[in-house]
Design a protein around this ligand. Structure first.
Ligand SMILES: [Zn+2]
Ligand SMILES: [Zn+2]
Length: 182
């Protein structure tokens, strides 16, 4: 059965994120936001693709973004973060610690990009995102038997030095920090 999508109210213009002079496009010719135009021009080797989430797809060299969030401040931070992964050529990670390290590196790159595009990037927000990874890591690395802190032995396995317990973890990341609502 066909469903007619509801007509959404027009969004109010947000406060500008960029210090450039922004020329509002005519209503009849919607254009992608300024930042996206600049990113596409500056990084022709990458594709910026509309999707349900912000992500970096190393195989396809796609930086995906949520269209409805790209003009929000956090949407801008998210796309700079994913572009950070892209420019650092992040592909895969072998351990949870390494995932945390590449997250830190991607945010450092996002700070450089924020300077380049003259966007404010809130370090408190970055720390919140990294904390959510640190919390996730802490949960995974805590022994379910004795609550000791343990070491990862391979991608899917942790073992406890204290009591000898071994447990397995999946690669799911539980949450994408920039989706967190506050
Ligand atoms: Zn990331
Ligand atoms: Zn233990």
């Amino acid at each position: 059965m066909l469903q007619i999508p509801p007509i959404l109210p027009a969004k109010r213009p947000m406060k500008p994120l960029f210090m450039d002079v922004t020329i509002m496009p005519a209503k009849s010719t919607p254009r992608p936001p300024q930042l996206l135009l600049k990113l596409r021009a500056d990084y022709p080797e990458l594709s910026f693709v509309e999707s349900g989430q912000f992500a970096w797809h190393a195989g396809k060299k796609h930086v995906s973004y949520q269209k409805e969030r790209i003009e929000e401040e956090r949407g801008v931070w998210a796309i700079l973060h994913e572009l950070g992964h892209a420019l650092l050529a992040h592909t895969d990670y072998e351990s949870d610690i390494e995932l945390l390290q590449i997250e830190v590196a991607a945010w450092e790159k996002a700070h450089e990009l924020a300077k380049k595009y003259r966007v404010r990037l809130d370090q408190d927000y970055v720390e919140d995102c990294l904390d959510s990874y640190r919390d996730w890591l802490h949960v995974r690395a805590t022994c379910p038997t004795c609550y000791g802190r343990s070491l990862q032995t391979d991608r899917h396995t942790y073992s406890c030095h204290n009591c000898g317990a071994i447990w397995h973890v999946t690669r799911s990341r539980l949450c994408r920090p920039y989706r967190r609502k506050r």
